[in-house]
Design a protein around this ligand. Structure first.
Ligand SMILES: [Zn+2]
Ligand SMILES: [Zn+2]
Length: 366
């Protein structure tokens, strides 16, 4: 069938909206009419060629829409159902079977090659293959093919125009706090960087009932937003030495934060985060970009501290997204306040606004 899709023809080129031929759904596939799709920094990294993608490829990995058709093996959704797409995974490896799908052993192939597991491309342009399984979805498009592995059903009246923004960066920030790190009553949490990931972590820490939630950034309007979302302290780092910021975190948390989430990937910031931890505290990283981090073993050992990685929200999104939706319904996770909508045709502007920080979470509507 004919679809409109934003194609990355080669590394660095702006996305171009083209007419493509999308395959008919196979027995295990679901055809979804895309209504909204979030924009994430990973789309930009893929567009620039910083990730192992193969061009031409349709990007987009936070899609949401209405099921139009389902292959005969599909049992969990039917035409008319509304769904959010999640990052795909293999479903068979050890980590998928344990429920830790963000750590899937096949993650590179499933996420970036842009083909089905058998190597077929899902879409064509003038008879030539176009990769259309980025994150198992390629949802910068009017229609997309997905599988039961990477859809989460939502209620018929679910507002997809902002819910589409829930499934990657928001889930990453919230999942780090809710699934992987101690953050409840009696704890202090610090979040470094208040973009979509960081602000989601702030909301999650507030929802968990952390005593102190410290937001750290150099952009005043983001810090103001963090405070309005429940952060108890907002630390502006602009023009300050890292050691000075570390000392302030230690002071406002009464001796160091129990939990610190770094969203910057900056090695000096990660080193400072470890220094700002309480005894038995844990610092986490959520991005693989950035230069090596240097930490003296004693900085960890003598205080019983940990530094760890937390990927993609840490658990299977089909389990975790409903939990976030429930928190949102109860007013405890107002992530819609981060979202700004753009028409699909303005995909390049939405990406640029995300990078510049003008918009925290762009969501395209189709
Ligand atoms: Zn797997
Ligand atoms: Zn993403």
């Amino acid at each position: 069938m004919k679809i409109q899709a934003a194609v990355a023809w080669k590394a660095g080129a702006p996305l171009a909206i083209e007419e493509l031929d999308l395959d008919e759904p196979r027995d295990d596939e679901i055809l979804v009419r895309v209504e909204a799709v979030g924009v994430c920094h990973t789309d930009e990294s893929a567009r620039l060629g910083k990730l192992p993608v193969v061009y031409p490829i349709v990007l987009g990995h936070e899609g949401a829409g209405v099921v139009e058709r389902a292959g005969q093996d599909v049992t969990s959704v039917k035409p008319g159902d509304r769904v959010l797409f999640t990052p795909d995974y293999c479903g068979r490896c050890r980590y998928c079977r344990l429920g830790y799908t963000p750590y899937c052993e096949q993650v590179i192939a499933v996420t970036f090659t842009g083909t089905r597991p058998d190597g077929s491309p899902r879409a064509h342009h003038d008879g030539n293959p176009v990769r259309a399984s980025f994150f198992g979805q390629s949802s910068f498009a009017t229609r997309a093919l997905v599988t039961e592995r990477n859809v989460v059903p939502v209620p018929a009246d679910a507002p997809l125009s902002y819910l589409a923004g829930l499934t990657c960066g928001v889930q990453t920030g919230a999942g780090a706090i809710l699934n992987a790190m101690p953050a409840g009553p009696g704890r202090s949490v610090a979040v470094v960087g208040t973009g979509a990931v960081g602000l989601s972590a702030v909301m999650a820490a507030v929802a968990q009932g952390a005593d102190e939630v410290v937001a750290i950034d150099r952009v005043p309007h983001r810090l103001a937003l963090a405070a309005s979302l429940g952060a108890t302290q907002a630390i502006d780092t602009s023009g300050r030495e890292l050691a000075d910021v570390t000392a302030e975190v230690v002071k406002v948390t009464g001796g160091g934060a129990d939990t610190i989430l770094d969203t910057t990937g900056n090695p000096q910031v990660i080193e400072a985060a470890v220094d700002a931890l309480a005894t038995h505290g844990t610092a986490s990283v959520i991005t693989s970009s950035g230069a090596p981090v240097t930490i003296a073993p004693g900085a960890l050992l003598l205080r019983g501290r940990s530094l760890r990685g937390v990927m993609g929200g840490h658990v299977n999104p089909t389990v975790f997204i409903p939990r976030l939706l429930d928190l949102h319904r109860r007013g405890k996770f107002p992530f819609d306040r981060l979202v700004r909508n753009y028409p699909f045709t303005e995909v390049n502007r939405a990406i640029a606004d995300s990078l510049s920080g003008a918009t925290i979470k762009p969501v395209l509507v189709l």
